[in-house]
Ligand binder design. Structure first.
Ligand code: ZN
Length: 115
């Protein structure tokens, strides 16, 4: 009881190493929360870009491939964003649009002009 009177709070009663541990936990949690917010923002942006790309392409489905072999490497002929369409003979065809939605959005009208 005596101790309670001289300290401001329970926090002040904790040993310094425990306080540091809690402060570090809090900082780590804030970092993780910021990371999650950043990832969520990225996902929202991709959904938006996908919608815009699909509307601009307008010919058929948009598919995203990720190569499992050379995943960290870019410019793999297997991976990327592809636009599907049907040609005059009603055959299903596909065209490479870009490595990312951002790139695909920049190229989509150009690619369409050659179909
Ligand atoms: Zn690959």
């Amino acid at each position: 009881m005596k101790l309670m009177e001289v300290t401001d709070s329970y926090w002040d009663m904790l040993p310094e190493e425990v306080q540091m541990y809690i402060v570090n936990l809090k900082l780590k949690q804030e970092y993780l929360d910021a990371l999650k917010r950043e990832q969520w923002k990225k996902v929202c942006k991709e959904i938006e870009q996908y919608g815009e790309l699909k509307a601009t392409w307008g010919l058929g489905s948009i598919r995203i491939f990720k190569c499992g072999i050379c995943l960290p490497r870019k410019n793999c002929i297997m991976s990327g964003v592809w636009g599907y369409y049907f040609d005059d003979c009603n055959a299903k065809k596909k065209r490479f649009l870009g490595d990312t939605f951002e790139q695909a959005l920049k190229r989509v009208n150009h690619v369409k002009s050659f179909l």
